[in-house]
Ligand binder design. Structure first.
Ligand SMILES: Cc1cc2nc3c(=O)[nH]c(=O)nc-3n(C[C@H](O)[C@H](O)[C@H](O)COP(=O)(O)OP(=O)(O)OC[C@H]3O[C@@H](n4cnc5c(N)ncnc54)[C@H](O)[C@@H]3O)c2cc1C
Length: 353
């Protein structure tokens, strides 16, 4: 007999949790403050990279461990989607490059991978010929590091697909319904209290009133299209002052990002950020000069003070938050832990010490 589960927040974590719990035979209601049809939460702004190795260099090892678990779970789970996972999950590794004057950055990156004990078989320092063979567009770079198992997700397709699947499996999706509190007694909304066997808080920054230390970290991205530049995998450009990544998306489009600014300002991208992202992009390949700027996007990453994910479990409710810049990297591993608690296979202390 399935459990009755109410979830607050229909972003990445909320949708993925709802889908997996429905597949396991539970009854799920999903409550979202915004409108599902014009969804523009952090999960939609994200580049969708699943990059445990790139994160190992400057994040806690726990992020790497959880990310590696997610990397194995994504293809398994997405293969259960109608039509399979072909266009949703692309796993060809990711490429790290630096301009010749910044080659010490590349050496430093490789040294950090060794220092943090990244398995030897997961990354490779490429000679020019190897780099050209894998990414001909990166002809102006002499060296690169291939992070072999990394992947990226076509998140703008995944999010509506998850919603369709939730509804197909009998899940109830209610949008424009803000949940003001989540606790043992249930979930509070303007329409009244919602009671279930379990109440799961996936409101991201919307949980700020109840989760001390939660903050938003502003991220700006640009979308461009170019028929001249072809990239097969995400590329990260190392630079002493700013970071750039470019992730190829369907229809010759690229997402270029991302700034990380300690601010909860959601106003449009700044001129400075646009200039920095554009000039770094142009420095990757001169043909990007002719790329068409399709738009920009700004959102806030929900982050705890230590930038670690948090999973608080109590009798009848679970708070899952703090995915920061690691939403796609961590969500499947988090959802597995949420499901284990809900089904009584684990208690809080065991799932997330
Ligand atoms: C520019 C940028 C780039 C990123 N790139 C990557 C990347 O490449 N890889 C990666 O792994 N991660 C990336 N991320 C991070 C990722 O987007 C987040 O970690 C992830 O979206 C967090 O998921 P979440 O479900 O916890 O929160 P969210 O996705 O923010 O979802 C929270 C949901 O709760 C809803 N909500 C809020 N308040 C309420 C309320 N009171 N009642 C009901 N619903 C409510 C919101 O409307 C929202 O839909 C990026 C983020 C940004 C901003």
């Amino acid at each position: 007999m399935g459990l009755d589960i109410a979830i607050a927040g229909g972003g990445l974590l909320g949708r993925l949790t709802a889908w997996r719990l429905l597949k396991a035979g539970h009854k799920v209601r999903l409550y979202e403050a915004a409108c599902f049809k014009r969804y523009c939460g952090a999960a939609a702004t994200a580049a969708g990279m699943v990059s445990p190795l790139a994160e190992l260099v400057d994040s806690d090892r726990a992020i790497y461990e959880l990310g590696t678990q997610s990397l194995a779970l994504w293809p398994q789970w997405l293969s259960e989607m109608p039509g399979g996972m072909h266009s949703l999950f692309v796993q060809r590794g990711s490429m790290i490059v630096a301009h010749p004057q910044d080659s010490s950055e590349l050496q430093q990156f490789a040294s950090k991978l060794h220092y943090h004990q990244a398995p030897e078989e997961t990354f490779e320092l490429l000679a020019p010929a190897q780099l050209q063979q894998l990414e001909p567009a990166l002809e102006r770079f002499a060296q690169g590091i291939l992070l072999k198992p990394e992947a990226h997700i076509n998140n703008r397709s995944l999010l509506p697909l998850l919603l369709t699947e939730i509804q197909r499996l009998g899940g109830i999706c209610v949008d424009q319904c803000a949940v003001s509190a989540v606790g043992e007694q249930g979930m509070e909304t303007a329409q009244g209290r919602i009671s279930a066997d379990w109440h799961i808080d996936c409101r991201g920054l919307g949980a700020k009133q109840e989760l001390a230390g939660l903050r938003g970290v502003r991220g700006e991205v640009m979308w461009v299209s170019s028929s001249e530049v072809k990239l097969s995998r995400p590329v990260r450009l190392l630079h002493p002052r700013y970071k750039l990544y470019v992730v190829p998306k369907p229809n010759q489009q690229f997402i270029v990002g991302a700034t990380e600014i300690e601010s909860e300002d959601l106003s449009a991208i700044s001129l400075q950020s646009q200039l920095e992202l554009s000039s770094a992009l142009y420095s990757l390949h001169p043909a990007f000069a002719e790329a068409r700027v399709l738009g920009s996007d700004v959102n806030l990453r929900p982050a705890m003070m230590d930038n670690q994910p948090c999973l608080h479990c109590a009798q009848g409710y679970i708070r899952a938050n703090g995915l920061y810049r690691h939403g796609y990297l961590l969500a499947p591993a988090m959802v597995e832990r949420i499901q284990a608690v809900v089904e009584g296979r684990a208690v809080s202390a065991e799932v997330f010490p």
